[in-house]
Design a binder for this molecule. Structure first.
Ligand code: T4K
Length: 378
């Protein structure tokens, strides 16, 4: 039994291999600004994710800022996004001088609902920033259909879906751009880090410039760029972590099945949807607890688990429209009452990584009213 038990645990490469990578970096003295490790990792990302263009960043938030900046959207125009996401998604819109507009989530997937997006479209709408959440992928077909109808750009916040595919197609190949996070808490980490993927070759130079202060050459600054560069130590960790990802994903998918077999039979607990033809990234494992049907609230479960040294997380509660900067913003919904408003008090992400042992699962199951004998039956 491991205590404290966190919602996630970073992949950590063997320390000796880190030391030898550091020795290589020390030898060249190239620490950042597109060094050899960085170059190698970028090409490895393109191969691993099966995308034509992958551009590394120092974190996912700066990558989101740059992806939006690259679109050159009209200042003050509206970008439709989900309220059920990490603060960075909405903030990236606002930091670009654009207006976040919130559309509701689909009750089954908890990703942004195309019909709700359509309710939010105005003459000022310029783009959709959709989020693949927990590991569940968006309705990419429905979203593209809305975007095509209103001539909108589509960006995916893909922080939670590293390596996911739909019918064999890489998740990073949908829309106009996808943005990944390689933060310590993500399936694949570079300590901190991020990535933009785009289908268009011509985006590559624009993104490189924006990532490096807009510098095109020693004597040319062509755009209002930022410092979004990943350094060589981050890139080295990435190179060492890439070969470890599949084993971690495999172990998480076994854990997912164990959680499924335990929770399947509990009234009032809704499990993540299994999406046909989708290879899950295995980022998070969330459940939705209906207090009326289950008999206890999400917050009670969260508090009780904490007393056992198990730190589940209420991602994403509060939702963006509860935050001070967005608190008067409506949630456009195809439902009578936005589902995001209901589910925010019910969703809980359970510990989900290869360090979760069977005894931990028993402990968690006990909190949900199951005995050891009952768990053994599953
Ligand atoms: N879009 C979405 C949808 C995102 O979820 C995120 C990030 C972004 C964009 C932005 O990408 P980045 O700019 O971050 O690359 C964490 C992460 O800090 C954040 O990256 C992540 N989303 C978010 C969902 O989770 P917190 O406040 O939950 O982090 P923290 O420190 O409480 O960590 C959670 C647990 O993870 C800890 O209880 C223990 C474990 N942990 C954490 C760290 C930092 C470790 O074991 N080792 C560690 O180094 O936000």
């Amino acid at each position: 039994m491991s205590r404290p038990l966190y919602v996630t645990r970073p992949l950590l490469p063997d320390l000796a291999s880190v030391q030898s990578m550091l020795a290589e970096i020390w030898k060249t003295g190239i620490l950042t600004n597109g060094g050899p490790m960085h170059e190698k990792l970028e090409r490895e990302m393109e191969a691993y994710l099966s995308v034509p263009n992958a551009m590394l960043f120092n974190n996912g938030t700066i990558a989101l800022l740059v992806a939006l900046k690259m679109m050159d959207l009209p200042p003050g125009s509206e970008v439709i996004t989900t309220p059920l996401t990490f603060a960075a998604t909405a903030h990236a819109i606002a930091w670009n001088g654009l207006v976040p507009v919130f559309a509701d989530v689909d009750p089954d997937t908890l990703t942004i609902d195309p019909a709700s997006i359509e309710k939010a479209v105005t003459r000022k709408t310029s783009a959709i920033l959709a989020v693949h959440v927990y590991g569940t992928i968006c309705d990419v077909i429905g979203i593209q259909a809305v975007a095509d109808r209103y001539d909108l750009r589509v960006i995916y916040d893909a922080a939670h879906v590293f390596g996911a595919t739909m019918h064999g197609r890489s998740i990073g190949s949908f829309g106009d751009a996808s943005v990944f996070s390689f933060h310590a808490t993500k399936l694949f980490n570079t300590l901190e880090g991020g990535l933009i993927t785009t289908p268009r070759q011509e985006d590559r130079q624009v993104i490189y410039n924006l990532r490096n202060f807009g510098i095109k050459s020693e004597e040319e600054v062509v755009s209002i760029g930022i410092n979004g560069k990943m350094n060589e130590v981050q890139a080295a960790i990435g190179l060492l972590n890439i070969p470890l990802v599949e084993e971690e994903r495999r172990r998480r998918s076994i854990l997912r099945e164990k959680y499924f077999s335990i929770f399947r039979s509990i009234p009032g607990i809704t499990l993540p949807i299994k999406q046909k033809g989708v290879i899950n990234s295995e980022q998070y494992f969330h459940i939705v607890i209906d207090p009326a049907a289950f008999g206890k609230s999400r917050d009670e479960i969260y508090d009780n688990l904490k007393k056992r040294g198990i730190f589940a997380r209420k991602y994403f509660h509060p939702i963006c429209t509860d935050f001070e900067p967005y608190k008067d913003f409506p949630i456009f919904s195809s439902l009578e009452r936005p589902w995001a408003e209901i589910v925010k008090s019910q969703v809980l992400c359970l510990p989900f990584h290869s360090g979760v042992e069977d005894e931990d699962i028993l402990d968690i199951a006990e909190e949900f009213g199951l005995s050891v004998a009952e768990v053994a039956q599953h």
